[in-house]
Design a protein around this ligand. Sequence first.
Ligand code: SF4
Length: 261
Amino acid sequence: MLWEHLYDAITLCSKHRILTDITTNGTLLNEETISKLGSAGLNCLNVSVDTRDNFSISNKNVLFDENIMQLLKSAEMKYGMKLRMNSVISNNNFDDIKLLLELSNESKTPLSLGFVVPDMNIVDNKDIYFSEKDHELLGKLISYILAKKKDGYPIIDPDSYFENVYRFIRNESFWKCNYPTKYGWINVIANGAIRSCTKKMDDTGIEFLSLTSKSIKSYKRSLENPIEKCNPYCYSNCAYDSAYYKKNKIAFVLDNFSKTF
Ligand code: SF4
């Protein structure tokens, strides 16, 4: 939301019927910015939220502010701007995950939960990452989340994302990422350039506004080989979900629409 051209870019996309989706930590959300996003025609707003209390492991907690949640829910009704929330599961935030699940259920806001993904450039730093020694904790976490999902809580991710985390920890190659090559999905960062993938924190140097329909296709093709190399270190829930629901379209409808409408 720091990008100075953000609202103009969304308006331009709306005019050309291009789906827009923003992920934000929510610190700049207020009555004015929510209204501007809605008026510009933003389709989806994904708010990262990790905790209820500032003094916990993260300060991403804006959706626990009742006023902001109310404004966002009103914007959903008024502009059709769909709200969802996402959070990261690490080996030390089970209590925060329980609170988030309740918030998601009470506010009828779809929640996506992803296991923390190691930084692509610092694969040895495992402080908050799960490992073989976390089997017991993972067992409790996964049972808890799947039980809530079975009770109708609007959790976006398929059951297999949680169940397969053991395979990820064992470094098995068992899923095919299609995230950055998925049709129509372009990731734009604050300076207006394109990032190849949200998990890579890179800057391709290609300006979003300079793209043409021809250059989009060749750009996406150029990403296919790099994906093969980064996959062993990544268990992104967005990417996993994209690959899973592309193959399981009926599951997508059942998991995502039956609980929120
Ligand atoms: S595997 Fe996919 S989601 Fe993960 S870093 Fe690579 S391109 Fe991104």
